[in-house]
Ligand binder design. Structure first.
Ligand SMILES: Nc1ncnc2c1ncn2[C@@H]1O[C@H](COP(=O)(O)OP(=O)(O)O)[C@@H](O)[C@H]1O
Ligand SMILES: O=C(O)C[C@@H](O)[C@H](O)C(=O)COP(=O)(O)O
Length: 326
């Protein structure tokens, strides 16, 4: 069964959460201590997903808070240039700064990110800054799990979800777990479960579902979906890195997506490029098998390039890769 969207909407996707800065190491295969130069990109998982969606031709909007400084200006300007509606991105008026993410590429398989996210502007988004009139113009609302880490952003996101549910906007929950700013495993599990249970589509890695379930060791996909499908969720996507991904339907149907092996430069950016292309396929009414292929192909392209946002592929690039490998 395909997911059906209210097609009579101005925006295909509105994302809520952080729009921030990535500083990606120019020098490869060395630790951060020995990395001397970085290239600046717009980053932040939900911003990356909005940028990826827009590059694929979707009409995207964004709800978030940025710093009132040159970094905030850069984020807004870049997103506008990429065709994203920024009318609901607000500037912080209390001096909070946009987050910075430095990347370290020890080897193509051993990458890590170092986030500077103390008192970041995005977590100060307030529920009064979330507009129902805006959300009701969308086919889907993309919620990032990290935006639930702290108040007032947590309430702003819950408010956005309420508006979405009231107005027939599909809620897509990208677990996007980052340990920073969460106080405890229990707190994370509570809010992740709460929002997953309210969502139409949940997307995450196996590790992220383990966080949601507060498990100490790797959980079992069957158990995860059995629990989630007690609620009104229509689709659960569980990613297993280079081992591929699965889409589960409530009637027990399981679809498997293979990863497309490539010459990997770095591993970050995989999740966000996957989500944007997967959601593009859903909203353009492709079947789940095709959506899995789109997500995997998009991720394969991005892990072979330097950035997350700027490297997002076009539909033609994705289709070409799928054709070549089938
Ligand atoms: N090394 C890789 N080579 C090619 N594709 C990859 C690689 N790693 C991940 N992918 C693709 O990206 C998708 C998401 O990757 P994953 O690591 O699970 O997510 P995240 O980046 O959110 O941790 C995978 O399902 C797979 O299709
Ligand atoms: O999400 C962030 O704040 C950092 C991202 O901008 C960065 O590009 C990244 O780590 C993306 O990785 P992904 O979540 O695996 O796509």
């Amino acid at each position: 069964m395909a997911l059906t969207f209210n097609q009579d909407r101005e925006y295909d996707i509105i994302a809520i959460g952080r729009a921030a800065i990535d500083l990606n190491a120019n020098e490869y295969n060395r630790p951060m201590e020995e990395t001397m130069t970085f290239t600046k990109y717009v980053g932040g998982s939900p911003a990356n997903i909005a940028i990826g969606s827009s590059k694929l031709g979707l009409k995207a909007g964004f709800i978030g808070k940025i710093s009132k400084d040159q970094h905030g200006n850069f984020i807004k300007q870049y997103m506008e240039e990429k065709g994203i509606d920024t009318s609901n991105i607000v500037y912080d008026t209390e001096g909070h700064k946009s987050g910075l993410t430095f990347t370290e590429i020890l080897s193509p398989e051993e990458c890590s990110i170092l986030m500077y996210r103390d008192e970041v502007a995005d977590l100060y988004l307030d529920s009064t800054e979330v507009s129902e009139d805006y959300i009701k113009k969308a086919k889907m609302l993309l919620v990032s799990g990290t935006a639930l880490a702290q108040s007032p952003s947590r309430e702003a996101v819950l408010q956005a979800i309420q508006y979405a549910k009231k107005n027939d906007v599909k809620v897509i929950f990208e677990l996007d777990y980052r340990p920073y700013t969460w106080k405890s495993a229990e707190e994370t599990a509570v809010y992740y479960s709460l929002v997953a249970e309210l969502s139409d589509v949940v997307i995450g890695t196996r590790d992220e579902y383990d966080v949601m379930e507060n498990l100490d060791s790797e959980g079992d996909n069957e158990k995860t979906v059995q629990h989630l499908f007690q609620h009104n969720i229509e689709l659960v996507v569980i990613k297993h890195g280079v081992d591929g991904s699965y889409a589960y339907e409530p009637d027990g149907t399981v679809h498997r997506g293979q990863a497309y092996k490539t010459k990997v430069l770095k591993t970050f950016g995989a999740g966000d490029s996957y989500a944007s292309a997967f959601l593009y396929a859903l909203v353009t009414e492709k079947d789940y098998e095709t959506a899995l292929k789109f997500g995997s192909a998009s991720a394969s392209i991005v892990v072979s390039k330097h950035s997350s946002s700027e490297a997002m592929p076009t539909v033609e690039e994705i289709e070409q890769l799928i054709r070549k490998r089938s």
